[in-house]
Structure formats: structure tokens, C-alpha cells
Design a protein around this ligand. Structure first.
Ligand SMILES: [Zn+2]
Length: 470
């Protein structure tokens, strides 16, 4: 009898262990390269330099150890002897895309991004697991986009729209302590949320400055008793001001008067603030309303994290049953407002809130660039937003988002000319990430891997996060 019980227990334990191990496994497509080759000569490409907008046909790029060593049309330098060669067959080579507003909950999110040519992401809601993940990516223990993360989202205790992922602070003292805690944990960028009080926002700003941390975030509204003027968010030195939707809400009270819209755009331009419009977020919300919810189950949502879907379900149900057409109208206004920002000279970035709401990773970045073109940017300007401007706000100017000697070999190879038609970015032939080559087959493997997020891993990480922000 005892023997039988022991055998049953052993079998059960083995089963549970096997389940946990398989749920924890990193997809094969993201495992480090066996040969580790990071030196290549890419020949016969059209080089698209976002800095100049110039396209150089029949050119080559020499990559040595993950860095651009040489590029041009003339004689290839001797350093190219013996490196692997790739024939680009006249396709367009440009820097990989930078998405400055995503939410990473699982490694598979990174696979989704990379499979669409996103070679750098800024995670806008830090959790404890993000810091070691940054290191694992930097060490090539796992392949994926370059990851930059903010700390946990800072919001006022009891603030409207607050949620359990936020690190809630009640007043200046707690705000200061939260910034110090995030710094000590290893975070170097902060994310501020809408409902911080005047005192907490000021304390976060001062503490960040003292510690040499940078800040990005939503327009900060203050409290009901002590509302902040919109200008407070323009004067705060934010690296990026997030969400056209939030800016229209706080800056215009949702008033769609075109004169007020242009005046606000001019005011933002004068402040030197960079705006990350994230237009795809509200577009998806408007689509849920328009389709009575069918938009939520579109094939692009296949890799959406089921744990996060559980949290979003209530909101999705609300918008699925929403019977008004004001979301479609407001979406058109956010797009027009973004066009006005661009016209006024406000630098724009590409961000998507991928991972939350109904924005899947990767494909949302491409859609955001298309909406920017609908807003009035040229395709080249949308590419500049996703490369040069993204690098700039991340403090990585001249290192990523560029196609010049010394830049990281984060590159994408596209069929056709994306400066004529931005949707050409969907025809992705290959991606190079830090000198590692992902051909179409490997990109397909990444896409497939992206459809298997681990719920177990996500729950574990959310639990860790709850303990850290307590
Ligand atoms: Zn976000």
C-alpha cells in the first residue's frame, strides 16, 4: 500500500515538474545562436538612411561583431574577407524599428516584436523581472529586441483610473521613497501616471533629477481638490509625453475646436516636448465599438497574453456593447491633432501600448506608423519617428535607429520602397539584431513562438511585482 502511494506521489510530482519546466521554457526560436556569428557582408541592397532620407541603390553594408563597420557602393574593405555574405537582391535595408511604449509580460512578446522588425522596445510599466530580462538580452542568453524599461508606474493612492500594477504613493514623502526604491532596484527611467498630486509629482521630479533618472508619462492632472494646469506636464522635462488621447483630454477637455487644437499644438512645440501619440490604442478601441466586439478576436490577437486578457475582459465587454459613434469621431480628431502637432514642429515617436488593451506586439507598431502617415507625416517621416526620434528619447542617438558606421547592426530588409508606401514594412524579408541574422524562416518561427505566452510565468511575475510595490 505504502509503495503504491509513493509511486503515485512520485508520478504526480514528475508530472507537475514537467508541466512547470515546459511552461517556463523559452521558445526555441529565441534560444541563442549556436554559431554566434555577428559579422556579415550584405550586398546588393538599397540603403535607406533615415537621417538624410537618401536611398543608395546597389550598395553593401559590412557588419563586424554586431556593428556597422563600413557601407558604400565601392570596393569592399579587406575586413570583409571571409565573412558570411548575404545577397539582398535589391531590397531596401533600413534601421530596425523602435517602439517606445510597450508592455512586456512574457518573452513571447519580444518574439512578436522582433518578427515584425521591432529591434528596440521601451517597456512602460516596470516589474522586477524586467531588469534581469534586460541583462539576459544583453548577454544573448535569449534573442529578442533590445529592451529598455521604466520602473513601475507611479500614481497617486486612490487616483482615478488607478490599477493594481501601479506603484501608488500618498504624498511627497512616499513619492520620494518610491523613486529611491526604484533606483535601488536598478531602474533608471520613471513612468508617471495621470493622477499624481502636485506634491507627489514635484517630489518625483526632484528626486529623479537628484539621482540622474529620466521621466516619461501621461499628462499629470493633479487631484480634484488641487488640479494641475496642463502646462505642468510640459514644464516637467518629460522625455516623452504619452497618448494623444490623454493630451486632448487634459489639454482641451475633449473640445474638438480646430483653433484650440492648433494653439495647443503650438504650445507643445514651444515647450520642446516630444509626443508619443500611440494612436493605435484608441483606434483599436473604436474598432471594438464599430464591430460590436469582433475586433477583439481578430487573428492578430492570437499571441495575446491570456492572463492580461482576463484583466481586460470587463473593459472589452463595455466597449463591445457601447452604442455611440463618438469613439470613431474622437479617433479622427486624435489623428488630426497628431497632424497638427507634426505641422507645429513637435517631434513624434512611435509607441503602441502593445501588450495591453487590444494592441498585440509587433503588428501594432507597423499600424501606428501607417496611422502617422494618415495624420499627414510622409512615410519617411514616420520611419524617422520610429528610428531617429525613438533613439533620441532613449538617449541612444547615433547608436541605434541609424544607418551609418558605428551604429548597432539592428537592421530590417524590406521588399519594395517603404518611403513610397509605408505598408511595405509588412513585407519583411529579414531582420538583423545586433549582428544576428533572422531570415524569413526564422522570423516565421518567432511569429509562431509568439502565439504561446506562458500564463504560469505571467502569474508568477505579477505576484513578484505585487510584493515589490507593496
Ligand atoms: Zn502603456
Amino acid at each position: 500500500m505504502l509503495r503504491t502511494i509513493l509511486v503515485v506521489v512520485a508520478v504526480l510530482l514528475a508530472g507537475v515538474t514537467a508541466f512547470i519546466v515546459s511552461a517556463w521554457q523559452i521558445p526555441a526560436a529565441m534560444q541563442p545562436d549556436r554559431d554566434g556569428n555577428r559579422s556579415w557582408l550584405i550586398e546588393n541592397a538599397v540603403l535607406l538612411d533615415p537621417a538624410t532620407g537618401a536611398a543608395r541603390p546597389e550598395a553593401s553594408v559590412l557588419v563586424v561583431d554586431g556593428r556597422i563597420e563600413w557601407l558604400g557602393s565601392g570596393t569592399v574593405p579587406a575586413a570583409a574577407d571571409g565573412v558570411n555574405r548575404i545577397d539582398a537582391q535589391g531590397r531596401t535595408l533600413l534601421p530596425g524599428l523602435i517602439d517606445v511604449h510597450v508592455h512586456v509580460f512574457d518573452e513571447t512578446d519580444l518574439a512578436a516584436g522582433l518578427s515584425h522588425g521591432v529591434t528596440t522596445v521601451r517597456n512602460m510599466g516596470g516589474m522586477p523581472f524586467h531588469l534581469p530580462l534586460v541583462e539576459r538580452l544583453a548577454r544573448d542568453d535569449i534573442l529578442g529586441p533590445r529592451l529598455i524599461t521604466t520602473g513601475p508606474i507611479l500614481n497617486e493612492t486612490g487616483g482615478r483610473n488607478g490599477n493594481d500594477l501601479h506603484e501608488a504613493v500618498a504624498g511627497a514623502e512616499e513619492a520620494r521613497a518610491a523613486v529611491r526604491r526604484q533606483y535601488a532596484a536598478g531602474f533608471r527611467h520613471l513612468k508617471v501616471y495621470s493622477n499624481l498630486s502636485r506634491e507627489s509629482f514635484a517630489a518625483i521630479r526632484d528626486e529623479a533629477a537628484a539621482l540622474g533618472m529620466t521621466m516619461s508619462g501621461h499628462p499629470v492632472e493633479g487631484t480634484e481638490a488641487d488640479p494641475l494646469a496642463f502646462e505642468a506636464s510640459l514644464d516637467a522635462g518629460l522625455r516623452t509625453l504619452e497618448h494623444a488621447e490623454s493630451i486632448v483630454w487634459y489639454g482641451l477637455d475633449d473640445d474638438t475646436d480646430p483653433d484650440r487644437m492648433r494653439a495647443l499644438a503650438r504650445q507643445i512645440a514651444a515647450s520642446g516636448t516630444v509626443v508619443d501619440p500611440t494612436l493605435v490604442v484608441h483606434e483599436n478601441l473604436a474598432r471594438i465599438v464599430e464591430t460590436g466586439g469582433a475586433h477583439i478576436t481578430r487573428p492578430e490577437m492570437d499571441g495575446y497574453n491570456p492572463v492580461i486578457a482576463g484583466f481586460e475582459r470587463e473593459g472589452w465587454a463595455f466597449w463591445s456593447d457601447y452604442q455611440h459613434d463618438d469613439r470613431t469621431r474622437m479617433q479622427a480628431f486624435y489623428v488630426a491633432f497628431t497632424g497638427a502637432l507634426h505641422e507645429a514642429g513637435v517631434p513624434l515617436t512611435v509607441g503602441t501600448d502593445s501588450g495591453v488593451m487590444v494592441s498585440p506586439h509587433g503588428v501594432s507598431t507597423l499600424r501606428e506608423m501607417e496611422i502617422l502617415v494618415e495624420a499627414g507625416l510622409t512615410p519617411l517621416e514616420a520611419i524617422q519617428a520610429a528610428t531617429l526620434n525613438g533613439a533620441d528619447v532613449l538617449g541612444m542617438d547615433g547608436q541605434i535607429g541609424c544607418l551609418a558606421v558605428g551604429c548597432a547592426a539592428d537592421l530590417i530588409l524590406v521588399d519594395g520602397d517603404p518611403t513610397q508606401d509605408i505598408s511595405r514594412l509588412h513585407d519583411l524579408e529579414a531582420v538583423m539584431r545586433d549582428g544576428r541574422w533572422f531570415d524569413r524562416d526564422r522570423l516565421d518561427d518567432l511569429s509562431e513562438a509568439a502565439t504561446h505566452p506562458s500564463s504560469l510565468r505571467t502569474w508568477w511575475r505579477l505576484g513578484q511585482h505585487q510584493l515589490a510595490i507593496r
